[in-house]
Design a binder for this molecule. Structure first.
Ligand code: ZN
Length: 261
């Protein structure tokens, strides 16, 4: 199997002790690339350093909604732009998360809107986190799509309606280890996303798939998510891994950004 993990947090300090082993295991499992997400300016700077060190990694830069409390457009957007020109393949993760009472919705909106505007300006894809915020996410991606922005709804657990809306704009839907949990019942959603709009991700270190549930997650285990998704869609895991890999390469323009070619 040859797959891409479209979303991981390998810059997280929980990998500091054994990151090289984690990346080696990903490659041994069949990963041909792992996207290392920058969820804050500091995290993105670290992701950039790691990508320079490990050829398997690509990286992104963004401000996660949980990091939006102190968002300051005047300083943060130029800092983000400086990272983007240094070789980030996308903007994110960004988005809206109303699951907790903090950060307040206003700074989350400001940070998300500013990143969507930057995506339009720089023709870069966005990696969108949305949790308990479907209606507002829909409004904001409607507007972004009109500006020509393409992106992915990552770690998707939302409704069929929002998925179809995003797909209608040429966006992508990424599934994580959550789809392997017993609590996942929406098989129809797993079947309905078109072949050319589907991505898979670890979201490591979070959300380890069954049979590793509860452990620190790592990109090698995306294989279990691929198997679950392939089963739902009645295709072979190899075929599913191939199409998701091609989709990830298309979304992030790997051909244009390839550091190793
Ligand atoms: Zn994430």
């Amino acid at each position: 199997m040859r797959f891409i993990d479209s979303h991981s947090h390998l810059a997280d300090a929980v990998f500091d002790e054994d990151r090289t082993n984690v990346i080696d295991r990903a490659a041994a499992a069949g990963a041909v690339a792992v996207v290392c997400i920058g969820a804050s300016l500091a995290d993105a700077a670290r992701a950039r350093e790691l990508a320079a060190q490990y050829p398997l990694l690509r990286w992104t830069a963004g401000i996660h909604p949980q990091e939006a409390a102190s968002f300051n457009a005047e300083t943060d957007i130029p800092a983000l732009e400086a990272l983007l020109v240094a070789g980030a393949v996308g903007i994110g993760e960004c988005g809206l998360d109303y699951h907790y009472d903090t950060p307040a919705r206003a700074p989350q909106h400001d940070a998300f809107e500013a990143q969507l505007a930057l995506a339009a300006e720089r023709s870069l894809p966005v990696i969108v986190h949305t949790r308990d915020a479907e209606a507002d996410t829909a409004i904001m991606i409607d507007r972004a799509a009109r500006d020509g922005v393409i992106g992915v709804l990552h770690c998707y657990t939302g409704s069929m309606a929002l998925a179809e809306r995003a797909v209608g704009y040429g966006w992508y839907i990424s599934f994580s280890g959550i789809i392997t949990f017993k609590t996942w019942t929406d098989v129809e959603l797993l079947r309905r996303v078109p072949d050319d709009r589907l991505l898979v991700e670890s979201d490591a270190p979070y959300l380890a798939p069954v049979p590793r549930r509860g452990k620190r997650n790592e990109p090698a285990w995306v294989v279990h998510t691929i198997e679950r998704l392939a089963d739902a869609r009645e295709v072979t895991p190899d075929a599913l891994a191939d199409s998701c890999r091609e989709n990830t390469e298309r979304l992030f323009g790997f051909a244009a950004h390839a550091p190793n070619s």
